[in-house]
Design a protein around this ligand. Structure first.
Ligand code: GYE
Length: 307
């Protein structure tokens, strides 16, 4: 490394910063891109990363965070699988004097001094964007618009907030109704399974699918095609994330709109960790820039997708 890079690595501590990161799982393409972004950014920043994959278990996240505390890491970061239940472990970190960065998902705590900053998207706004697209898409649709929803992990902030933002936005029109909503854990497999059951339970196919992420939408597309229906035509599909695979589906007209959610948080996390060690004050909330993409724009954008 060059002299400047080296002095940057050594930084305020006189040695590389040690970051403990508890990743919540590997359920989606979004998550895989997020994990890689964190690993690459840590290497790039010359930091020592201790990373643990909790496989969707909050208990395992507690264990990982406790082991980071025992190992006296400089900074702890984690992506909380669900929103509730974090106060005790955050207090343990605080007592140990280790600063905490929240990554990707939010926590529901009264005392916001328990973490330094939250780096992640505005999921409520993503739900609003999905709702706005639908209002526009259905502006001339006669009669009732029947919507089914594939929700994400129960109790997770993206699922709660995307669902709420969407509902708050479509409620301005009484003819838009959510006829079914079930959690499908953000996975392709579950998305397919639940969509299949929706199609079996409903007498007529729904007009719209709102999927809380791309992986579930991809699974649902398989179920829709197996039922002899055309995704994107017979059923309007709106999804969230913006993975390359979802863009390919948009190019084929099988997904109509994708609300972008940016997983490439690694550089922002490393920057925040460095600034914390330097003793700087950070904003309580750092959100990445995000767009909305429709099928009309997909062909132009697909090759720019990084995840
Ligand atoms: O949308 C989904 C992933 O927390 C924003 O988790 C993240 C969500 C993302 O499984 O694909």
């Amino acid at each position: 490394p060059s002299k400047t890079a080296l002095s940057d690595e050594i930084g305020a501590l006189g040695r590389p910063i040690v970051l403990g990161f508890s990743q919540l799982g590997s359920e989606s393409d979004w998550r895989l891109a997020n994990t890689k972004s964190i690993q690459d950014a840590a290497t790039e920043a010359g930091m020592t990363l201790m990373m643990d994959n909790a496989e969707q278990s909050q208990e395992k996240q507690f264990e990982a965070i406790r082991s980071f505390i025992r190992n006296k890491v400089d900074v702890i970061a984690f992506a909380p699988v669900i929103q509730s239940g974090w106060e005790p472990i955050l207090k343990e970190a605080k007592q140990a004097g280790i600063p905490v960065i929240l990554s990707d998902r939010a926590v529901d705590v009264k005392d916001s001094s328990l973490y330094v900053t939250f780096i992640g998207s505005d999921f409520y706004d993503e739900g609003v964007k999905a709702g706005k697209y639908l209002l526009d898409k259905m502006r001339d649709h006669p009669g009732v618009v029947r919507i089914v929803e594939l929700a994400g992990t129960v109790g997770s902030s993206p699922s709660i907030d995307r669902g709420q933002g969407f509902r708050d936005t479509i409620k301005s029109r009484e003819d838009l109704t959510i006829v079914r909503s079930e959690p499908a854990d953000f996975t392709k497999e579950k998305g397919k399974e639940i969509m299949k059951s929706f199609l079996e339970q409903e007498k007529e196919p729904p007009h719209v699918l709102f999927s809380h992420n791309d992986d579930m939408a991809l699974g649902a597309i398989e179920a829709i095609e197996e039922a002899g229906l055309k995704p994107g035509k017979d059923i309007v599909i709106i999804s969230v994330d913006g993975t390359r695979q979802a863009f390919e589906m948009m190019v084929e007209g099988k997904i109509n709109c994708v609300i972008e959610c940016n997983p490439l948080l690694g550089p922002m996390i490393m920057q925040a960790a460095k600034e914390i060690i330097q003793g700087r004050t950070l904003p309580k909330r750092i959100a990445p820039p995000e767009s909305v993409f429709t099928e009309e724009m997909a062909a132009k954008e697909v090759d720019n997708r990084k995840y």
